[in-house]
Design a protein around this ligand. Structure first.
Ligand code: AHG
Ligand code: MN
Ligand code: MN
Length: 327
């Protein structure tokens, strides 16, 4: 037998057989996302060529209209998902209204942040795509019917467009990571059964808001910077200004990521349905912890599609240490 690694497609097909709940249609949906992110990845790679190929709003040397990368990523994902016929609604950070797709067999609803960390594009740093998949509610009459709790997700994932392109994915049976092999154009299983280390050394937060944070966050930040050899403090600061990159570090090396409430943004910045829910699902599936103040983010009943919520994600021990400040 050939000794070769598993491609994402092979893995999804195996999953379909292992977990009876997955169907061929679900596999098709994920394959559509895989195809879309490969196209996005190839465009992200060309982002530094804007001066040569044309900036947003102009026509490029191929006579194509140049779009901003976040809009481009959004359109590719919406188009690819719509074509599958298995999606009945797509809710994205880039569209004001959900895209409702009328098919008789669209069994899923997908929430997307098409390009997370988009301000990093200008400086050639990590960006990503985040997705969250739910089963379609019985009857979608209005936006209110799309306010689904994170605990109802059937799958979630993110893609990092970094030095290599990685696809991280869970359908509730652990987390697996795939790396794009550009020479064959396939994602290969490179990080099977990912686990967030129980503890870590780094923290990620926008510390410039220190004076806007509530007292318990300030106290926590003071605490983790105190010298303490036994517990490995001070923790070291790593902030990518792209949640996908910060969470990816946590998944591989452990650590803690925080986007808490502050006086200017009482609910923080991150969106419950496109960012917090999928990332909380992934981190907890990888044995890490997620908390929104002292609530389980996956149990929050969303009141609007663009709702924001404070979030802390990371290594179990570090999140529980953080929670001891929240009293
Ligand atoms: P997006 O590019 O999708 O708008 O998301 C950016 C988000 C998130 O990825 C990151 O953690 C956060 O913005 C950074 O915000 P601050 O600049 O306030 O730190
Ligand atoms: Mn984002
Ligand atoms: Mn975005």
């Amino acid at each position: 037998m050939l000794n070769k690694t598993t491609t994402l497609t092979e893995f999804l097909l195996q999953d379909e057989r292992r977990f009876k709940k997955a169907t061929g249609n679900f596999t098709l949906l994920l394959t559509a996302i895989e195809n879309a992110v490969k196209i996005i990845a190839s465009h992200v790679k060309k982002s530094g060529l804007v001066d040569i190929l044309g900036s947003a709003g102009t026509t490029n040397i191929y006579d194509e209209e140049v779009q901003k990368l976040d809009k481009f990523s959004n359109d590719i994902l919406v188009e690819t998902l719509t074509k599958t016929g298995h999606v009945s609604a797509i809710v994205t950070e880039e569209l004001e209204k959900p895209e409702l797709i009328k098919t008789d067999y669209g069994e899923y609803v997908v929430y997307i942040d098409p390009l997370d960390g988009s301000s990093n594009i200008d400086v050639n740093l990590n960006v990503g795509t985040i997705f969250s998949i739910h089963r379609k509610p019985d009857n979608i009459k209005s936006d209110a019917d799309l306010l689904l709790k994170g605990s109802d997700q059937v799958a979630a994932g993110y893609v990092v467009y970094g030095p290599s392109v990685m696809f991280i994915y869970t359908c509730g049976n652990g987390v697996n990571g795939f790396t794009l092999d550009p020479s064959i154009g396939s994602f290969l299983l490179s990080h099977p059964d990912m686990k967030v280390p129980e503890t870590g050394k780094s923290y990620a937060i926008n510390e410039s808001y220190y004076h806007r944070y509530p007292e318990y966050i300030q106290k926590y930040l003071d605490f983790i910077k105190k010298e303490d050899e036994e517990t490995g403090k001070p923790y070291t600061l790593r902030y990518a200004s792209a949640m996908i990159a910060d969470i990816h570090r946590v998944l591989i090396k452990g650590g803690i990521f925080l986007y808490p409430e502050n006086s200017k943004s009482p609910n923080g910045k991150l969106r419950l349905m496109y960012e917090v829910n999928p990332m909380s699902y992934i981190v907890t599936q990888a044995s890490g912890s997620a908390t929104s103040q002292d609530n389980n983010p996956l149990e929050i009943q969303p009141k609007s599609l663009d709702e924001r919520t404070p979030i802390v994600l990371g290594s179990k021990k570090m999140v529980s240490e953080f929670l001891s400040f929240l009293k």
